[in-house]
Design a protein around this ligand. Sequence first.
Ligand SMILES: Cc1cc2nc3c(=O)[nH]c(=O)nc-3n(C[C@H](O)[C@H](O)[C@H](O)COP(=O)(O)OP(=O)(O)OC[C@H]3O[C@@H](n4cnc5c(N)ncnc54)[C@H](O)[C@@H]3O)c2cc1C
Length: 351
Amino acid sequence: MTISVIGGGPIGSIAAVSCSKFDSVEIYEEHKEQPVQCSGLISKSGLERLGISAEKIAKNRIRGARFFSPLGGMFEIDGKQTKAHVFDRSEFDSFLLNLAIDSGAKFLNKRIDDISNLKSDRIILATGTNYNLHRKLGLDMPREFLIGAQYEMRVECDKDFVELHFNVPGFFSWIIPVEDYARVGLCARTNPVPYLDKFLQELDEKGRILSKNILNKNFGIIPVYNPKLKTDYGRLITVGDAAGHVKATTGGGIVLGGIAAKFSYEKNYEVKWRSEIGRELRLHLFIRRFLDRLSDKNLDRLLSVLADYGGIIEKRGDMDIASKSIIALAKNPKFIARLMLEMPYLLIDLI
Ligand SMILES: Cc1cc2nc3c(=O)[nH]c(=O)nc-3n(C[C@H](O)[C@H](O)[C@H](O)COP(=O)(O)OP(=O)(O)OC[C@H]3O[C@@H](n4cnc5c(N)ncnc54)[C@H](O)[C@@H]3O)c2cc1C
């Protein structure tokens, strides 16, 4: 059997590695160097799940996160050991592409605009957020998107912690420490730049901007997961951003997209990836919709409840598998009692 992977991003490469174990694989990638539109934050557990040991190319190690509520509250999760790595995405992508080539896949630096010339038995569409082929072939594609903007610059921050500031409607702003600089960015449903400018101004007022020199600017779109999307068309399947395999809570698409890519060789691809990560993707979507409905006051209230039970998330939480934290919290009677006390306030936003 021959397999064509269209797109040599992380998900195309993971698919190619998985398929090369069994068959002859070719990867088509239109760029010589893939464009970077990412913060490069990937959980340690996620990389382990994917069987990728890329620690040696990591730029930084992260042990926890600080959440800032819209009304000024702060809640910290300290994993006490490395929980995530920060990568330079173009280095990370090349690393994965080389793994695919080393495992036997043939790399072709070529854009595919028409699949009718491909004679392969299976076509894996891993074209990220370029949906041109989806449109041409009448395939299902995500319809809802977030727009991301991110600047690399020197800001005052703790190198071991990422920061999430809930100051954007429908999402959050982040600060991800890299080396002697950080990635400061956010996602929004509309033009993100005015929100980012406002966030930078706030950081500046707090004296946290160490240099106004912007080292790099990144913009990109993130598909919002849609559980109804068809991803298996027999000879052709879609995977990664091309299939909307992205956590709606954080916009992260590498771990769950990568898990789906591991099934790209399987006959029952869609059934297999859904049984592995469908519930998690739906849960992330549910959490996102829930958070979207909360007023600033209630978001603050919710974060302060979580702050009191942060130890449970520290022990049992997982950046990708949201159900782990939720199940652990749900098993704690004190947490449930506290949540019940807050419920009348939260319900005002939910009904
Ligand atoms: C601002 C921002 C920050 C993010 N931060 C994170 C993060 O910290 N962690 C995380 O996990 N995720 C993050 N994401 C999401 C992450 O970048 C994506 O989920 C991930 O890149 C998806 O990988 P992919 O291989 O599906 O698509 P891509 O990485 O987009 O790769 C697709 C590849 O296909 C190629 N291609 C497209 N069409 C064709 C064609 N017709 N022929 C040949 N080649 C083609 C493209 O050149 C590209 O190289 C972020 C996204 C944004 C926008």
